[in-house]
Design a protein around this ligand. Structure first.
Ligand code: 5GP
Length: 191
């Protein structure tokens, strides 16, 4: 679709708790490519400290549905099967690609597959912990979920790991420094 635009689309997935947020924060500081984050829209409630327009566009379910019906999303889906919707707004992506930016989407596996239909040249990266046991340990340490929500996230993670071969790169995030370095290597423009 827009593969001849000057920018690049970068898609990063990985189970929640795999340390994506920490790693990406560093990568945004250090990578040599002109990275810009696409801010997703979601109907889930903000966590303590999260800011509207910065972490997500937090939308009421009716507003999310209205934008979905008007075709505003590049992709969107219900991520955890209990009514929380997430989606990438077209307005976050196309204008920045046209301006030569590398637009980074942090989305789930279903979203990635949908995006690849429109942008087959997207650079897809799966960021994962070395094992499910390590992932569970990290989620418990973070302590932001109820036991029920944590179980659901682990089940989704196990499901997502099955799609890992659909990604161009896999990066193991056991050591933040190593993962950041590897991502920065991947996100280096050809000279
Ligand atoms: P969290 O609720 O922990 O912020 O995010 C939960 C999951 O939603 C993450 O695995 C993330 O990849 C996914 N996600 C966030 N934004 C989007 C989006 O715009 N589209 C899709 N498909 N998934 C998203």
């Amino acid at each position: 679709m827009i593969s001849n635009s000057p920018g690049k689309l970068v898609v990063i997935s990985g189970p929640s708790g795999a340390g994506k947020t920490t790693v990406l924060r560093e990568v945004f500081q250090r990578a040599s490519a002109p990275l810009v984050a696409s801010i997703s829209a979601t109907t889930r409630q903000p966590r303590p400290g999260e800011q509207n327009g910065l972490d997500y566009h937090f939308l009421a379910p009716e507003e999310f549905a209205r934008r979905r019906d008007s075709g505003a999303f590049l992709e969107c889906c219900e991520v955890y099967g209990r009514g929380d919707w997430y989606g990438t707004l077209k307005g976050e992506v196309a204008p920045r690609l046209a301006a030569g930016k590398w637009v980074v989407l942090e989305i789930d596996v279903h979203g990635t597959l949908a995006v690849l239909e429109h942008y087959p040249d997207a650079v897809t990266i799966f960021l994962r912990p070395s094992s499910m046991a390590e992932l569970e340990r990290r989620l418990r340490e973070r302590g932001t979920e109820t036991e029920d929500a944590l179980r659901r996230r682990l089940a989704v993670a196990a499901e997502e790991l099955k799609s890992i071969e659909r990604y161009r790169y896999q990066v193991i995030n056991d050591d933040v420094e190593l993962a950041v370095a590897e991502l920065c290597r991947i996100l280096t423009p050809d000279s």
